[in-house]
Design a protein around this ligand. Structure first.
Ligand code: ADP
Ligand code: MG
Length: 250
């Protein structure tokens, strides 16, 4: 579903991603862990076309080629191709990013109508189905500010799901939440994983990664230092740097 090879990205003279390779199969969950500043958010933002890459390739679902380097030249997609590819990729941010002036239901139908061209009627059916999936069917008329942080994040997940993305990206989805609200969001993510949603999750929730991830990637200094099943990377890491990081977050 996702194949990244040799991805490089710098901000000015500062290299942030230095040759990242990553592959995620359909239906798999990949958790990305690593210290602050290691390039985790930048990696997700490159996948979702929120950043331009400097070199390397990102393929989403085979046919959809993000960037491709050949003969030393970077081929970039046109705006329409980018828009099409982005419509297949959902992203959930740390800070929810719901539209505050829209109700929950309005938040959920906005992109399906505006981007996918669904009729309002079809978008409403879909939105209510997604709200049921995150356990918030009874809050469709609420405004974001009337909801707890955990509920807002579940709505943000439902909004991403309303696009029926092939690939769903999460950037520290529970980091902004009070501790007692983390569990309800992780429970929704666990359900999605069990239902076969392909996901890349940047998280410091090591317990979640151990339980849900097929693959854990340890990113440090813009490089993938270690990758493998959770039993290896989390419980039996090869590198001292991985071990030190895990000791700090656990
Ligand atoms: P992480 O998510 O792992 O904490 P980021 O991907 O956010 O790391 O950032 C990696 C590095 O890139 C940091 O040093 C950060 O300051 C820098 N960086 C991120 N975004 C930008 C930007 N838009 N302009 C300049 N530097 C940036
Ligand atoms: Mg980040």
């Amino acid at each position: 579903m996702l194949r990244i090879s040799g991805l490089h990205k710098s901000f000015g003279a500062t290299p942030v991603l230095r040759g990242v390779d990553l592959a995620v199969r359909q239906g798999e969950v990949t958790c990305v862990i690593g210290p602050s500043g290691s390039g985790k958010s930048t990696l997700l933002r490159c996948i979702n076309h929120l950043e331009k890459v400097d070199a390397g390739s990102i393929e989403v679902d085979g046919g959809l080629i993000g960037y491709r380097e050949s003969a030393g030249r970077l081929h970039e997609l046109g705006d329409r191709a980018i828009a099409r590819q982005r419509a297949g990729i959902g992203m959930v941010f740390q800070s929810f990013n719901l539209f505050g002036h829209l109700t929950v239901l309005e938040n959920l139908i906005e992109a399906p109508v505006g981007v996918l061209g669904l009729s309002k009627k079809d978008a409403l059916v879909r939105a209510r189905e997604k709200l049921r999936r995150v356990g918030l069917a009874d809050r469709e008329d609420a405004y974001p500010r009337q909801l707890s942080g955990g509920q807002q994040q579940r709505i943000a997940i439902a909004r991403a799901l309303a696009m029926e993305p092939k690939l769903l990206l999460f950037d520290e989805p529970t980091s902004a939440l009070d501790p007692e609200l983390v569990g309800e969001v992780l429970a929704v993510m666990r359900d999605l994983a069990a239902a076969g949603q392909t996901m890349v999750v940047v998280t410091h929730e090591i317990g979640f990664a151990r339980e849900v991830a097929d693959t854990v990637v340890f990113l440090d200094g813009g490089e993938v230092l270690e990758t493998g099943p959770p039993g290896k990377v989390l419980d039996n890491p090869e590198l001292t740097r991985t071990r030190d990081f895990l000791q700090r977050v656990l």
